[in-house]
Design a protein around this ligand. Sequence first.
Ligand SMILES: CC(C)(COP(=O)(O)OP(=O)(O)OC[C@H]1O[C@@H](n2cnc3c(N)ncnc32)[C@H](O)[C@@H]1OP(=O)(O)O)[C@@H](O)C(=O)NCCC(=O)NCCS
Length: 287
Amino acid sequence: MRDGAFRPPTFAKGRPQAPQLGHNSPMLGEPSMKHWAGSRTIASLSDRATRSASFIAPDASGDASLAALELHGPDEMLRSLAGSACRLPSELERAVPKRKAEYLAGRVVAAIALSQCGAMDVHVGRNVDGSPRWPAGFVGALTHGGGLAAAAAAPASRYAGIGIDAEYLLEPRVREEVAESIAAPGELAAAQLALSDAMQRALPTILFSAKESLFKCLYPQVGEFFGFHDARFVEAREDGVGAGFFRLELVRSLHPTFPRGWGVVGRFAVANGAVQTAVGVRQWDAR
Ligand SMILES: CC(C)(COP(=O)(O)OP(=O)(O)OC[C@H]1O[C@@H](n2cnc3c(N)ncnc32)[C@H](O)[C@@H]1OP(=O)(O)O)[C@@H](O)C(=O)NCCC(=O)NCCS
């Protein structure tokens, strides 16, 4: 959307839908055991340290696949993930166990999400700038935060880009400390107007996470770093318990496709002391 008005996305009707993944909400994707068994990449994982979790989708179209695992102790995770076909890149071979476990868990959930899009046993690599390298024909994003590792993947024919992020809720003292570095003066105050008290307290974390999701979504298309003050969190609205929409707009032009004022609607969820956000740029929004 290029106009300034906040509108919840309109969801396409009558289009082929991906299988419903979540049991608690159609917006939340949880990998089913069918998917676990269906891919050689993930077939031999022991499930003690690899419990699946839900993650919010960028919209209700069902065109994006989401997969998430709860993160446990790094050593336990590494033992369990050793059974997967995912391997560390050479630059991470000497990393601390926590980093290795997060990286591998991210690659496992990426393989699950891709398998749900029909790309079986495909591995997500790592570019020199640290961004994930998705197989040709697919876009996606990874996060490991808020106690889980999660991935979103979708056919590039449907989305120009996807971004997801998860964070533990910032503590009150930290919320005040980071506010200036992640938001312009008045940005948080304007964005909280339509929110309940509980969501107002979560808003700094939602804003932080939403901007990281936007970065992961746009970076592969823009090709350069952009900061928290390059986008503005315009508005947030709840549409369920602990969940809702937000709108972000660019404060400066990043690319001819993403000029100043360009905006996107994403989704947030707050549960278990953590925030999840997801942003998706549909192909028709990126023209
Ligand atoms: C890159 C960044 C967004 C990662 O977010 P994070 O909360 O630190 O970490 P997360 O666990 O959520 O995500 C990590 C994953 O992000 C992905 N990632 C890293 N760099 C990326 C990039 N340039 N583009 C897209 N994805 C990237 C990777 O897959 C990484 O996991 P991996 O190293 O195991 O493969 C963050 O460190 C950063 O640099 N933020 C500043 C830029 C920004 O957010 N600007 C706001 C614009 S409005």
